[in-house]
Design a protein around this ligand. Structure first.
Ligand code: HEC
Length: 130
């Protein structure tokens, strides 16, 4: 088991302190995450995630300037069922929770890869009580 420190750059990343302030206060609750021992499916999902999603959602899905953290209670199984991940990857997402902008559809993503990515994200979420 490894503990990874998540960057909290967004705390002072913006001069717009309205909605982003809310985002920052939510995200700042989560300063580090626990990386579990992954199943084989999750390891395959990690590779797919790093190839297709990490550019915006960050290594270990802790977020970047281009996309929100998926290791976050917003994206836990009770708030965003697996199907939300399928729709997001295939059709994209209109900005609604944050101010990162829209998520475009992910080119070349397959159903199999999405399922592996979901397994990967859910295993990290579970290790972090999400
Ligand atoms: C070009 C950047 C980018 C890439 C690549 C990207 N995302 Fe996103 N994603 C975003 C942004 C930005 C949002 C937040 C939209 C909002 O709610 O404001 C988001 C939101 C999401 C959501 C939440 C959907 C919802 O219903 O609110 C999921 C799930 C998600 N992404 C999964 C993925 C997965 C899985 C991949 C890879 C297959 C991926 N994303 C690749 C930028 C990206």
């Amino acid at each position: 088991m490894i503990v990874v420190l998540a960057a909290v750059w967004w705390l002072n990343a913006s001069s717009d302190r309205t909605a982003e302030e809310d985002n920052a206060s939510i995200i700042s609750e989560q300063k580090s995450i626990i990386i579990p021992d992954f199943t084989q499916s999750a390891l395959a999902g990690e590779i797919a995630f790093n190839g297709s999603c990490a550019v915006c959602h960050g290594t270990n899905a802790v977020g970047t300037e281009q996309g929100p953290p998926l290791i976050h209670k917003f994206y836990g199984p009770r708030r965003h069922a697996d199907y939300a991940f399928v729709i997001a990857a295939k059709s994209g997402v209109r900005a609604h929770h944050w101010r990162f902008g829209n998520m475009p559809p992910v080119e070349g993503i397959t159903d199999d890869k999405i399922q592996l990515i979901i397994t990967y994200i859910r295993e990290i979420q579970a290790a972090n009580g999400i």
